[in-house]
Design a protein around this ligand. Sequence first.
Ligand code: ZN
Length: 456
Amino acid sequence: MQDRLTEALKAQDVEYADIRVEDTTNTWVNFRGPDLDTIGSARTVGGIVRALYKGGWGYATFNDLDDLPKRVREACETAKLVGRDTTYFAPAEPVVDVIPARLVKDFRQVPLAEKKATMEAYNRIVLGYHKSIQASSVRYADYFKTVHYANSEGTYIEEEIPDVNMIVAAIARDGDVVQTAFETGGGADGFQSVENFHEKAESAARKAVELLAAPPVAGGKYSVITNQVMTGVFTHEAFGHLSESDFVYENPRMQELMQLGKRFGGDGLNILDDGSRPGGLGTHRYDYEGTTTRKNYLIKDGILVGRLHSRETAAKMGEQITGNSRAVFFQHPPIVRMTNTYIDQGTAKFEDMVKGIELGVYAVNSIGGQTAMEMFTFSAAYGFMIRNGQIAELVRDVVLTGNVFDTLMNIDMIGNDLGWEPHGPGGCGKGGQHPLRVGLGGPHIRIQNCVVGGQQ
Ligand SMILES: [Zn+2]
């Protein structure tokens, strides 16, 4: 493949060109209620050529590898039609590297029938747990992707990317009240990552049933503690997306808000994006422009010190490259994306964070949310009240709302217990590219004066 791509790139006559080819095999098994919903397997091969000329990009996608030089010429022609300006493209050292997958139990060797039987067992546990369990959803997916990347500067990278992921969800009902709870599993290291999940399947069912009896949280302003997953979702969604420099570059208001050197939080606040973190959902040795991934500080000791870049945005803004040019599928050109984004751990013990709160809310895990510029709304999977310095009763409908900048300023304790969202399906969406695998993490954090929505 290296020779093929290198040879094809000889057809380019612009300032820069690259080719990315992806060969993906995948399988899936989905149960909905007692029935098998879908099951199957597929293989997809395709790629994209990018060409850069006078600041203009030309693209050509393809499904077969015949006549690659023609695709390269097409992308170059398009680039010449749109290029009118100056090219900004930060330099990166050419590399040649091969990154093989490391699997404990290779899921490509596991028969589809075995995958089905494994998921069916989890599904049966959920449905049989309690009479108030009305429905279930068990979704399994795996893929093995080989990415070949070459550019006109001499870089060639071949990376195998395996992924196994699963979600087991339980839906409980009591009259008008419907509650859902789920557990996710999987990993980049093989099929064993979704085996022996029986207890977790049961715990999803138990949580859904428990939530039926839990009262909705009373709306108001509270001292709030978020667990690792909620901290990670908040960091990625509310802050991380504002650090993607294509967005900043195109948006004057964001440039003003996201000025480097500005204070965003207390001295203990550190927010990072690290594509090189071993085992992360957003981990790669290189991004899709051949840039080595690295640990990038966004906020250091409370001060905004950096943002995420492609080679183009780094050059345009006169900042360092960060290795954040990523794409979801071969049809997509890479754009500026997060990798593994997190608040770094501090020194506070969880008990001490709780101890200081007379009346507060502990928000656990996340079932999604929305952001609009600096405003956010996130729903926790569930929560607990904190009363007189102790974790008290289970509550549901815990929705956190606020302004990200105020909220960062209101963090008064940062836990010593950095953790990451467990492996599961889904990912980040941006510019029509979804779901991109990203890692979300952080420690427990304590936020003062946080608005919690709910019944008044
Ligand atoms: Zn996102």
